[in-house]
Design a protein around this ligand. Structure first.
Ligand code: TXA
Ligand code: MG
Length: 352
């Protein structure tokens, strides 16, 4: 993907909005921007998205240019009601209906065979489309005001951590899109779960809705790791270098005592180190008065999800030699946290 042409910079309009009752005239103007083929960044309950009219191929093309995103990475189409879904996909099978009933609006994206109306750059040339209904008043009002489904990836430069605040969007993309709808930090903090329903249900990306919650509704779901080696990867755009800070990142797995001992050893080795840990682990380490920069992921997996990308961005700006993060349990939201850490560290994970 080529670099963004700096001579094409725009004046990004930054507007503040209430996250629950967004101002109608502002939303009407934002909808008009989408209809005119321009890009609007907006909050969802997961992360901020960079939106374009999903049915306008040249508007969608602008997303790839702004993000410097490879054309091989397909986009999620956002809808405001289930009727809109029927225009985009061939058929809404029973399993999809049950999941929609349970989780929409929410952090679950469904991949289904697409209709011809969906431009091929939305789907990276493939014959399936990913669709979700976001659970955020601003996102829903934008789709309604635009009167068209909205294709939107996370509003970050390709391979950078996803933005959970308007500031993070501007850090990566200021001047590369028309309008930013700022309604404060996003609530979940990791992206939606992507589930393929093209064949048997398969988890393509763990995210805000957990595998356990999905299996409770539709029974066992396949994991891509369960495929034979010679089968091609089912999820385009799932490459390893993703969400990556430019500082080297290492993930430590193991019992808290061992993780703490390893952090103490590395800090004392003289490197400048950033540490991303749960509140309880952090409290114990801080008593040791270590010379390191700490970022707390709070007390729970949900708080860790909400803080993870911010923590990576904050520590990345400190010009450190190394960022250390703890790994999580592989259940619930921990599955999504581990997935993002795995990609952000480009696989640098150690079992202690
Ligand atoms: O929470 C979210 O999902 C956020 C907000 C903005 O909605 N969006 C988001 O989009 O994370 P993005 O582009 O960063 O990630 C979309 C991913 C792609 O990288 C790909 O892995 C998967 O969704 N995807 C999209 N279309 C697909 C398709 N047709 N088949 C398989 N995977 C697809
Ligand atoms: Mg993304």
């Amino acid at each position: 993907m080529s670099e963004f042409d700096q001579t094409k910079k725009l004046q990004t309009e930054h507007v503040l909005l209430d996250a629950i009752l967004p101002e109608p005239t502002t939303m009407a103007w934002a909808g008009a921007q989408i209809r005119a083929g321009n890009l609007v960044a907006f909050p969802t309950e997961t992360v901020y998205g960079l939106g374009a009219d999903a049915l306008n191929e040249s508007a969608v093309a602008k997303i790839f240019v702004a993000k410097e995103r490879p054309a091989s990475d397909p986009l999620i189409v956002h809808v405001a009601h289930v009727e809109q879904l029927k225009d985009l996909v061939q058929d809404v099978p029973r399993v999809a209906q049950r999941l929609i009933q349970e989780f929409w609006p929410g952090a679950l994206t469904l991949v289904l065979p697409k209709k011809n109306i969906v431009p091929s750059n939305v789907t990276a040339g493939g014959n399936t489309v990913a669709v979700r209904m976001p659970n955020h008043a601003v996102a829903l009002a934008l789709i309604e005001a635009a009167g068209t489904p909205i294709a939107a990836p996370s509003a970050n430069l390709f391979s950078r951590p996803s933005p959970t605040s308007a500031a993070a969007v501007l850090e990566d993309l200021d001047g590369r899109f028309a309008m930013l709808l700022d309604a404060g930090p996003t609530q979940i903090g990791v992206e939606s779960t992507v589930l393929s329903l093209v064949g048997p249900a398969m988890l393509l990306r763990p995210g805000g809705v957990t595998l356990e919650e999905i299996e409770k509704i539709i029974g066992p779901v396949l994991l891509p790791q369960e495929l034979e080696d010679d089968q091609i990867a089912p999820a385009p755009g799932m490459m390893l270098k993703h969400y990556a800070p430019s500082t080297r990142l290492e993930i430590l797995y193991g019992p808290p005592e061992k993780v703490q001992a390893e952090i103490v050893r590395l800090v004392n080795s003289g490197q400048r180190i950033g540490v991303l840990l749960s509140e309880s682990m952090l409290r114990q380490l801080k008593n040791k008065k270590l010379n390191a920069d700490f970022f707390s992921l709070g007390p729970t997996d949900a708080s860790a999800a909400a803080g993870l990308f911010k923590g990576l961005r904050v520590l990345d700006k400190l010009n450190l030699d190394l960022i250390l993060a703890q790994g999580f349990a592989t259940t619930g939201l921990g599955r999504a946290l581990n997935d993002r850490l795995h990609r952000a560290s480009q696989g640098r994970m150690r079992e202690l």
